[in-house]
Write a protein that binds this ligand. Structure first.
Ligand code: CJB
Length: 798
């Protein structure tokens, strides 16, 4: 098909393109086609419409000699891409009509796409939102990551316990990628370093090949398309022919199997450190391949490597790609012969580092034995960087190499031009805690870029009812100028408009209720408040505070079943790292509590608890538009930002939350009166931990808390194994590091305030609508503009 004819697309064009792909790309007639074939054909037809803008973006970047941004991330939690593509190319009506004409249902086809779970949680989803915003803003940019064969595990429950099964998104064909067999780099590990007349030469003893797979990422209106380039690990030798000829088939296949291991699975840890050799290999693998690719592209345009910092900005998404520092120095110094100091300066001019957590257990460090064995040249370079930094800063009180560890946070900081936190509170705490010393030495280096989310996916596409109302009310300019949502403000006092807002929410809730019934056999009343906590399972996120409050509330209802109660459905979803036993026990506890409460005929119309399995991007897209209340209840100082909190606010769900992460900024923007605040501040948390017996005191002071804990301790929710949760009760009555008990009473108070507020439908809707109207600042377009100005010095070309 002629590219020029694709500019305007009618449903007829699209139908013909679908049929054409069905025949010529997949070899199927409509009669023989399965749902997957139709989905693939539609995806190809949509993808075709990105290609022209994709070529054009590349051409314009070359022509302008523009600076390029490279986003290096172990995770890109992209989810499904078909609807994203259709929405951004504004083909929704055409796609619907074309499919209807072909006798297919639009949603059924979209639902056929696997959810690409190439990430664990917020960090990976942020990377995906950033790619979309970079394209929307026309920034020449590329994401680099790993093409995992298996994304985040599939979660199911057996007797309430989390079960993990491999995720298999690539068993179905992946519609969006272009394999680039010509773009391959050999990446080495291990071996030895020799000094050849002053030049250090690294000879690895193991090699794998990194092959590129490109996914086009279209911005809003398809005006600019960037690339997500994911590396797949392959053997440098396809198989060992000698072994094969000897009849040793297993041995013959080994090189291929070993190499592929590197891109086989996503590590399912979230914020816990994984001291695994394979993880370090993964990190070096994708980072080294990305740097080679970046330099190759640079060399094709420029011949003076001193220009690199003015043409290339590299963002390290957390410390996972921190090896980029030493590797870039190695490429420039060892391989290109630049003096070490100059190589380091150029590398620093390009590199920037985003910190996403202050949790000590999540700050990456590698045993120097493992590190030195896998990357013998890099450990020398780290030492040289560390020595030079120590010399230049004699008052320095730390080392990158303390306790036989290589500390990736310090390395990333020292090698970066800019270091950023992801919310105002988090950035402040970075300066006062983990990076205090480095901040004193380099006071200009740390900047804040509060996270954001793309409104195309998280409002326009996931919530057509609300986004339709918004566009009817204020026009469609908000889609790429989210701050204009503030134009909705005058309407919140119009009862007729509020009814429309409330009707959209109600329909979303009914749709979710119908889905939960069809898919999980769960019955809920859409008129009840939908109170939602969806995120990774972690003690600091305090899902156990939420379930404890549910138990206490249930007990209160049972005391007076005929009183006026605001009916609630508490919905949880989230995965626990397979090795994180306490988090898995919280899942089981929630499931056990759910079994008891939901079976209680006396109370189940007032309080229900539901835990939906296998939380992923697609499930978030279903739940967020239907939520009435957003639970953001982490121990203050622990959640770096949160991004779910922004999605809920945007979709008209007020927050019950602590002053943590971006909650602080959300509250400032939506207004304190439209946010249910509770709990200690980050400072108070630190002080309370010092109080001897803080948990016991809190329990003693609050009979509701004592009673709820006693119910768990007595085995009320686990009668077949009464001691099942004794350790949780002991934790919350003893050490209680995350201060669940100490924050309980105020959480309870705030929840009752929520009950009262929800009972007044008109004022609740007003509050919900104000959350939407005032959440415009939380667009990832705003965040990316911040990075462009403060960190990258990059410009958009549209
Ligand atoms: N985060 O998702 C992760 N994984 C990590 O290993 C460390 C942090 C999260 O990153 C998000 C994006 O910045 C934050 O919003 C969130 O608070 C943080 O926990």
């Amino acid at each position: 098909m002629n590219i020029a004819t694709l500019r305007t697309v009618s449903s007829d064009n699209l139908r013909d393109a679908i049929l054409s792909h069905l025949a010529y790309s997949f070899g199927k007639t409509p009669e023989a086609a399965h749902l997957e074939d139709w989905r693939m054909a539609l995806s190809y037809a949509v993808r075709d419409r990105m290609v022209e803008a994709w070529f054009d973006a590349t051409r314009r970047t070359y022509d302008a000699g523009a600076k390029r941004v490279y986003y290096l991330s172990m995770e890109f939690l992209i989810g499904r891409l078909l609807e994203d593509g259709i929405v951004n190319l504004r083909l929704v009506d055409q796609a619907r009509a074309a499919l209807t004409e072909l006798g297919l249902d639009y949603h059924t086809v979209l639902e056929n796409e696997p959810d690409a779970a190439l990430g664990n949680g917020g960090l990976g989803r942020l990377a995906a939102c950033f790619l979309e915003s970079l394209s929307t803003l026309g920034v020449p940019a590329m994401g680099y990551g790993i093409r995992y064969e298996h994304g985040l595990f599939r979660q199911s429950f057996a007797d309430g316990r989390q079960m993990e099964a491999p995720e298999t998104w690539l068993l179905q064909r992946h519609a969006w990628e272009f394999e680039r067999p010509e773009t391959r780099y050999t990446i080495g590990f291990g071996g030895e370093v020799r000094d050849e007349a002053g030049r250090m030469v690294w000879t690895p003893d193991e090699q794998v090949c990194a092959e590129a797979f490109d996914t086009p990422i279209a911005g809003w209106k398809g005006r600019w398309v960037n690339t997500l380039r994911l590396w797949s690990a392959q053997s440098v030798r396809p198989f060992d022919l000698d072994s094969f000829n000897r009849g040793d088939f297993e041995g013959a296949a080994q090189p291929e199997a070993l190499a592929r291991t590197i891109s086989r699975v996503l590590y399912p840890d979230d914020t816990t450190e994984q001291g695994k050799k394979l993880r370090l290999k993964q990190e070096f693998f994708f980072t080294a391949a990305a740097l080679r690719d970046i330099l190759r592209r640079f060399d094709s345009e420029y011949n003076d490597v001193a220009l690199l910092p003015s043409k290339v900005a590299i963002q390290l998404n957390d410390t996972h790609p921190a090896i980029a520092g030493p590797e870039l120095v190695r490429l420039l110094h060892d391989e290109r012969g630049l003096p070490f100091e100059e190589a380091q300066k150029i590398a620093q001019g390009c590199l920037n580092y985003t910190n996403h957590t202050l949790l000590p257990e999540a700050l990456e460090s590698w045993n120097e034995g493992i590190f030195g064995q896998l990357l013998p040249r890099h450990i020398q370079i780290v030492d040289r960087i560390d020595d030079a930094h120590a010399k230049a800063n004699p008052s320095r009180g730390f080392s990158m190499r303390a306790n036989h560890q290589v500390r990736m946070g310090e390395l990333s900081f020292v090698m970066a031009n800019r270091v950023n936190g992801v919310s105002a509170l988090h950035t402040g705490l970075m300066k006062e805690t983990v990076f205090k010393e480095l901040h004193r030495l380099h006071p200009e280096r740390i900047v804040n870029e509060t996270n954001g989310v793309t409104p195309r996916r998280w409002l326009l596409s996931c919530n057509p009812r609300l986004s339709g109302l918004v566009s009817e009310t204020i026009g469609s300019g908000w889609i790429d100028d989210l701050e204009s949502l503030s134009d909705l403000e005058p309407h919140v006092d119009d009862a007729g408009w509020r009814d429309l807002f409330a009707a959209a929410k109600r329909s979303n809730k009914s749709e979710l209720a119908a889905w939960m019934s069809d898919t999980h056999g769960l019955r809920v009343d859409p008129a009840a408040m939908f109170d939602v906590q969806i995120k990774r399972m972690h003690e600091y996120k305090r899902q156990h505070l939420n379930i404890l409050e549910a138990i206490a509330h249930w007990q209160e209802i049972k005391d007076a079943p005929n009183a006026e109660w605001t009916p609630r459905v508490k919905i949880f979803a989230g995965k626990a790292a397979p090795g994180y036993v306490f988090a898995k026990d919280i899942i089981r506890l929630i499931n056990d509590v759910s079994s008891v409460l939901n079976a209680d005929a006396e109370t189940c119309d007032k309080l229900q608890v539901i835990f939906l399995p296998n939380y992923n991007v697609t499930l978030a897209e279903r739940l967020i538009p239907a939520a009435d209340l957003s639970e953001q209840i982490s121990t203050a100082g622990k959640e770096a930002s949160g991004t779910g909190n922004m999605k809920f606010a945007m979709n008209g769900a007020p927050t019950i939350g602590t002053l943590d992460g971006a909650n602080v900024e959300i509250r400032e923007r939506v207004g304190a009166e439209n946010f249910f605040l509770f709990g200690m501040t980050a400072e108070e948390v630190v002080a309370r931990r010092e109080v001897e017996g803080h948990a016991a005191k809190a329990i003693e002071a609050d009979p509701r808390l004592a009673r709820a804990l006693e119910a768990i301790r007595s085995g009320m929710f686990s009668p077949d194994e009464p001691d099942r949760y004794r350790h949780i009760v002991e934790n919350l009555s003893g050490h209680d590091y995350f201060l669940v008990s100490s924050d309980f009473t105020d959480y309870w108070r705030a929840q009752r305030e929520v009950d009262r507020a929800y009972a007044d439908a008109a004022s609740w809707t007003r509050m919900a609508a104000l959350n939407t109207a005032r959440s415009g600042w939380f667009s990832s377009d705003r965040t990316i503009r911040g990075y462009m100005a403060d960190i990258w010095d990059a410009k958009g070309l549209i």
